[in-house]
Design a protein around this ligand. Structure first.
Ligand code: HPA
Ligand code: ZN
Length: 336
């Protein structure tokens, strides 16, 4: 029989929760620091990697924003994204819906267009070399003001052809989705899809706000929904997907171990759960490693692994014909 790893690798999968800045591997960070003659407060890539021990979301974000300073020109963003795409192509990722954080770059003088140009070049190359498809999601940093986010939205609208959706990330607690009601309403008026991180560290109430005030139909993380059975029932009834990131949740101490993760319970309750990697360079694994970690720790069956892959295609923004094609090939993998 095929190994579990070979089985998961062969399943066509969509990645729906991936911060491109979170794919910055220490070696590339050091290479770019040398290129731009900026100093990093670590002696080597090994020393930097050894510092990836986080107490919570904020302690991770502090390092993540600091390291993003090495990304300066379009070629840097191209190398960053192409490195990610080459790696996950070999893991069976056929489609990626990718976040970027404009304010992390515009706040230090890098033009929005520079970021988008570099990223698009990589995604276009991956489409022609590997047949991989993508969507780009511009995220607002929720620890900054709604007025700042409105300025980001102006730039998103100037690059409307490249960007399909807006999202909400960064420090969750104390920055509820309702803070961005006006920005998301305007984004929706312009036909942008909306998503939001909610229920990672924040309470179930933030998930309700994301659904009812921001109009999202897919929740990033959402694992704290389990604390509210009525909310779980609604997610099931309305087929609202959760983009769950198992290794991230353990690294940022949302769960104290992978064995205690609630992914399997949510899946068995009928929620459209998907597996994703969040910030793989920091959390110890890309998409394949996330699937394998939950499979081993929670004892997921092969049909459950196929369901997770099917959910990722269903919850993506691919056109219906592409969804039908990928779903048929997942069904074929499952039949063996
Ligand atoms: N949560 C919030 N903001 C983020 C994350 C996350 O997991 N990763 C990168 N930015
Ligand atoms: Zn995230």
């Amino acid at each position: 029989m095929q190994s579990t790893e070979a089985y998961v690798r062969a399943l066509p999968k969509a990645e729906l929760h991936l911060h491109i800045e979170g794919t910055l591997e220490p070696e590339l960070a050091f290479g770019l620091a040398r290129k731009h003659r900026v100093a990093l407060p670590y002696a080597s890539a090994e020393e930097l990697r050894a510092a990836y021990d986080f107490a919570d979301l904020q302690s991770f974000l502090d390092l993540y924003y600091a390291l993003a300073q090495v990304l300066r020109d379009a070629d840097d963003f191209y190398r960053l994204a192409l490195g990610y795409l080459e790696r996950v192509h070999g893991q069976g990722v056929v489609h990626a819906e990718v976040f970027f954080d404009p304010q992390t770059h515009t706040g230090r003088g890098i033009a929005f267009g520079t970021v988008v140009d570099g990223l698009r070049r990589a995604f276009t190359e991956a489409q022609s070399r590997f047949g991989m498809t993508h969507r780009l999601i511009a995220c607002f940093l929720r620890h900054l003001s709604a007025a700042d986010a409105m300025g980001v939205l102006d730039e998103v609208l100037e690059h409307r052809e490249a960007i399909c959706a807006v999202g909400l990330d960064s420090s969750e607690v104390g920055h509820p989705p309702s803070k961005f009601a006006g920005v998301f309403a305007r984004a929706r008026e312009h036909g942008l899809i909306t998503v939001a991180h909610a229920g990672e560290e924040g309470p179930p109430g933030y998930i309700y706000e994301a659904l009812d005030i921001l109009g999202v139909r897919r929740i990033d993380h959402g694992v704290r929904s389990e604390e509210d059975p009525a909310l779980v029932a609604r997610l099931v009834r309305e087929r609202i997907a959760l983009t769950v990131c198992p290794l991230s949740n353990v690294k940022l101490r949302v769960f104290d171990s992978i064995e205690h993760h609630n992914l399997k319970r949510l899946l068995e309750a009928g929620v459209c759960v998907t597996v994703n990697s969040d910030d793989p360079a920091y959390f110890g694994g890309y998409l394949l490693e996330n699937y394998l970690a939950v499979q081993r720790a929670l004892g997921l069956t092969r049909p459950q692994l196929a369901s997770l892959a099917r959910n990722s295609i269903e919850a993506s923004w691919l056109e219906p014909a592409a969804k039908r094609r990928w779903t048929a090939s997942i069904d074929a993998c499952e039949r063996g």
